[in-house]
Design a protein around this ligand. Structure first.
Ligand SMILES: NC(=O)c1ccc[n+]([C@@H]2O[C@H](COP(=O)([O-])OP(=O)(O)OC[C@H]3O[C@@H](n4cnc5c(N)ncnc54)[C@H](O)[C@@H]3O)[C@@H](O)[C@H]2O)c1
Length: 443
């Protein structure tokens, strides 16, 4: 692949991007002189919730919204100091917060995965909109319960999946609609990540299939590279829509392995067949020597598009390439901005709706069903380490193996790797409930 010296900026392309979508002014509520701001509540202020707490405090200072209260069962010392200093109310029980803070507009849920469904449902029932951390739930049936509640209460549920920026999506949609890469045939996504052994010790549910009696399915594609799988499904949805088609996941074939001493997967490859005939291939490992920028490649009959995690887009037509910088700033701020913009009628909808995020859970649950179990990679192929700058488990040659499979659009087991096992496809069309045939914890 080659890029030419030509390059472009998404930001300068007003035809692809309306002028009202950037800048702090869009946080201002109402179309007239009403300058009141939306009020937020946060459940879970530690772990990743600390990112939310910091961002909500920063945006409160900027006058963009107001953080009214937080709930956490174990507020850290530093979070407690922020809360006390700012006069933010704290509740140990989130249900007390939901009933006491009726003037607030939306609730951010950033807690362990098994708690997502009940907390979101309680918040929606109490009359709040919700911004839910990814993944929306471990189980498809949980996501459907949240969706049913959102539909019944008429409240919004946004999901904090990282996805291509609006600029990137508009650029890619335009390229596909105008036939720049010909007919779209396949999507591929690759995440070569390094995670230390400490990563799996950070929280009791890390790397677990079940925790405290709840299903968590916390593995490579359900957590650190969940955004990439969601993003590929989102781009497939966008691409199909551009040529007037609907495209739903029809089946998934997934092989899942672990080299780390964990229950769930740290190395997975999967293939998803879509109803419009396109194929999606996905590769992730947490056992690489170094983390590389995650990327998605869309291949058409006359060219290709690549998007990466830095929102850089490259478009090739017959080998001649152009690069575009489509970065739009911090993802968490963008999610708040989009939820508020949607509530106030300035945005035309949620960037990541629960409906769209459901495809992720459908495919993710189906991937476990297809794999049937998580297979251990034999010790002779693995180097274990407790060092802070080394992967907890390094799989010999994993980078080249993954890149070869990615280039060929094959599963790892189709490339002849010795520790792999060919999986069975799993039909997603009538799938509603996990698990159907997956052996949880080897049971
Ligand atoms: N968007 C991202 O890039 C990103 C990155 C990391 C994690 N996450 C997601 O964030 C969520 C939280 O993950 P984490 O690693 O921070 O989890 P965690 O186990 O560290 O818990 C987060 C916080 O929730 C609190 N909590 C637990 N039970 C609670 C309860 N009943 N009521 C109120 N608070 C409670 C904990 O005390 C903790 O402070 C998960 O969905 C995870 O997938 C997202």
């Amino acid at each position: 692949m080659r890029t030419s010296a030509r390059s472009g900026s998404c930001a300068s392309s007003r035809s692809l991007w309306g002028g009202n979508r950037s800048g702090n002014a869009i946080f201002k509520r109402g179309k007239g002189n009403d300058m009141s701001v939306r009020r937020a509540l946060l459940i879970g202020a530690g772990g990743f919730g600390r990112v939310h707490l910091n961002e909500l405090v920063r945006l409160t200072d900027a006058g963009a919204l107001e953080l009214a209260a937080v709930s956490d069962v174990r507020l850290t010392e530093s979070a407690a100091a922020i809360v006390a200093e700012r006069g933010i109310r704290h509740y140990a029980d989130y249900r007390d917060m939901l009933s006491a803070e009726a003037g607030a507009d939306f609730v951010v849920v950033s807690t362990p995965i098994p708690l997502h469904a009940q907390m979101s449902i309680d918040a929606l029932e109490a009359g709040y909109h919700v911004l839910l951390e990814k993944p929306p739930g471990a189980l498809l049936q949980d996501v459907d319960r949240i969706a049913e509640t959102a539909a019944r209460t008429g409240k919004l549920c946004a999901v904090n999946f990282f996805a291509p920026s609006r600029k990137a999506q508009a650029l890619i949609a335009h390229a596909i609609a105008s036939g720049e890469i010909g007919r779209v045939r396949r999507f591929k996504a690759i995440a070569l990540l390094q995670r230390t052994s400490a990563y799996f010790g950070r929280t009791p549910w890390a790397g677990k299939l079940t925790s405290a009696g709840n299903v968590v399915l916390d593995g490579a594609f359900h957590n650190p590279a969940a955004h990439l799988l969601y993003s590929m499904l989102k781009l497939a949805e966008t691409a199909a829509g551009e040529v007037g088609r609907d495209s739903q996941p029809v089946s998934v074939t997934a092989e899942m392995y672990h080299a780390n001493p964990i229950e769930s997967d740290d190395t997975t490859a999967m293939r998803i067949e879509m109803s419009d005939g396109t194929t999606l291939s996905y590769y992730v490992t947490l056992c690489a020597k170094k983390t590389e920028t995650q990327r998605i490649r869309i291949e058409g009959t006359e060219g290709a598009i690549e998007w990466d995690y830095d929102d850089q887009v490259k478009i090739w037509r017959y080998g001649l390439g152009k690069s575009y910088d489509c970065a739009e700033g911090g993802i968490v701020e963008r999610r708040y901005r989009n939820l508020i913009g949607t509530l106030d009628g300035r945005d035309d909808g949620l960037d990541v709706s629960l409906d769209s995020a459901r495809r992720f859970t459908l495919v993710a649950n189906g991937a476990f069903e297809s794999a049937g179990e998580i297979r251990g990679i034999p010790a002779s192929f693995v180097r274990l380490s407790d060092a802070a700058d080394q992967p907890g488990a390094y799989i010999e040659g994993i980078e080249a193996a993954m890149k070869n499979a990615f280039a060929a659009g094959k599963l790892l087991s189709e490339t002849g790797l010795p520790w792999t096992v060919q999986p069975e496809p799993f039909d997603l069309r009538e799938y509603r409930r996990f698990p159907q045939r997956f052996r949880m914890n080897g049971a």
